[in-house]
Design a protein around this ligand. Structure first.
Ligand SMILES: Cc1cc2nc3c(=O)[nH]c(=O)nc-3n(C[C@H](O)[C@H](O)[C@H](O)COP(=O)(O)OP(=O)(O)OC[C@H]3O[C@@H](n4cnc5c(N)ncnc54)[C@H](O)[C@@H]3O)c2cc1C
Length: 425
């Protein structure tokens, strides 16, 4: 037995075996011999999605290449590659992903399996960029699915939580390689809230971070521009003073409000840089945190964020991290929290060594009151009844799951409880 932990350290597992298959034959043998199977990408999920006492598969060494379609609008890519590796390989071929999130260690399959997203008022999550999957099912069969074949399996696989099989290759939409201009500046929250629609429309990507005890935000935009000089690696949030503030705040929580206002005063310098999209999108996030994120209907985004901040201040909750506000376009994916219209994401983080369970339970109620649905990979407390109520296609999702994996080989304790599967299988 070998131990495994997720990125934040809050999920631990003791899989019977951890394996890194390289070929289809090796993968088939491993799946056939195993009772329960989960696949892990980078282990960046906060929920126990990868937890298993059976076989834990990692596909980062799995055979495969980036195969570019003749019209260069889609590629087949190895599902287990990290976004870091994939985006560098695409850039070398003159291509970029349509959009990316905050960081890039996630496996392509891991990001798509949970509906990982970046920001952009007209841009969907990474799940919307996927247009085909090659996967190995529980019985060792290899199938492909897409909009024109095995359609129901494809609809499930677009946001699957790893319940249907092991994805070995994924076909994704790509764009000709582009450069982005990043601008980061301090702005009053009141102004950003008031002018949100105008700001959202002004650039391809807009987001902001707000410490709950500050009245200003760290406002960040990305917009395509022509290439320009050398690229300077930098972070949207300077981690050195922030780490110190987290440590001090954890030791003396009463200092958190003052520390946050001070940090915003000293980190107010505006910055601008231009670089290849795949290098501008990701930041380093080396300070461990835990996170709950709800996807709000677009119009409820700012009012709910205001409610959340008011709640934190009223209750004097010791929250060391900023909240993050992003925009995502609507989609039509069965289990996507963006499938009822354009979304506004509110991420609520807590410094990992501090208590997060109490504050998360309180803030989830605020997000739910605003009509939000949680990010599947981040902390949430949905019940099976909630899932069915919030997602009318749940019954279809579970019907397809039962067809391709009747023995529940790809289920674990969390998913069994969440979807009301048979606990005895
Ligand atoms: C620092 C940090 C920053 C983040 N930033 C963002 C962000 O900007 N936007 C956002 O939306 N989310 C963000 N997240 C959440 C993160 O993107 C998701 O948790 C994502 O699923 C992580 O990818 P992973 O490769 O680590 O997947 P894992 O957590 O390893 O796995 C996630 C799911 O994918 C399944 N899976 C993985 N590989 C396969 C495969 N080959 N076949 C079948 N199933 C598979 C797993 O079984 C599991 O169900 C962030 C998380 C962290 C820790």
């Amino acid at each position: 037995m070998s131990g495994w932990r997720n990125w934040s350290g809050s999920v631990a597992a003791n899989p019977e075996r951890i394996a890194r298959p390289k070929t289809e034959t090796e993968l088939a043998g491993l799946i056939a011999a195993a009772g329960k199977v989960r696949v892990v990408g980078a282990g960046h999920s906060f929920m126990p999605l990868c937890e298993t006492s059976g076989l834990l598969l990692n596909l980062s060494d799995y055979e495969g290449v980036v195969d570019i379609a003749p019209d260069r609008t889609t590629v087949w890519a190895p599902a287990g590659w990290s976004l870091d590796r994939l985006t560098a390989a695409l850039w070398a071929e003159g291509l970029s992903l349509v959009n990316q999130g905050d960081v890039n260690p996630q496996a392509l399959a891991g990001a798509i399996a949970t509906g990982t997203h970046g920001t952009g008022h007209e841009l969907g999550s990474l799940s919307t960029q996927a247009c085909g999957f090659r996967l190995m099912l529980a019985d060792g069969r290899v199938v492909e699915c897409g909009p024109d074949r095995n359609r129901d399996l494809y609809e499930c696989q677009r946001l699957s939580l790893g319940l249907f099989g092991v994805a070995t290759a994924i076909r994704i939409h790509v764009l000709p390689g582009y450069h982005l201009e990043e601008r980061v500046e301090r702005r009053p929250f009141a102004e950003v809230a008031e002018r949100m629609d105008e700001f959202a429309a002004a650039t391809r990507h807009m987001e902001f971070f707000i410490f709950p005890y500050s009245d200003d935000v760290i406002f960040k935009t990305l917009h395509p521009v022509p290439a320009e000089g050398a690229f300077t690696p930098a972070n949207d949030i300077d981690e050195a003073p922030f780490r110190l503030a987290c440590q001090v705040g954890a030791a003396v929580p009463a200092l958190i409000p003052g520390l946050q206002r001070l940090m915003m005063r000293v980190s107010g310098k505006a910055s601008r840089r231009v670089g290849p999209a795949y290098q501008i999108f990701p930041s380093d996030r080396s300070i461990r945190f835990e996170e709950v994120e709800y996807e709000m209907p677009r119009a409820a985004g700012i009012p709910t964020l205001k409610d959340a901040i008011a709640h934190i201040r009223r209750r004097k909750l010791p929250i060391a991290f900023p909240l993050e506000f992003r925009l995502t376009a609507a989609d039509d994916i069965w289990m996507s929290p963006f499938n009822q219209g354009p979304g506004a994401s509110i991420s609520f983080h807590q410094y990992a060594p501090m208590d997060w369970r109490g504050p998360f339970a309180e803030i989830e109620k605020v997000f739910q009151a605003g009509g939000g649905r949680p990010h599947w990979a981040k902390r949430h407390t949905l019940t099976t009844a909630d899932v069915h109520r919030l997602y009318p296609r749940t019954a279809d999702f579970l019907r397809v799951r039962a067809e391709v994996d009747p023995g529940q080989k790809f289920a674990n304790a969390h998913l069994t409880e969440l979807f009301g599967l048979d606990p005895l299988r």
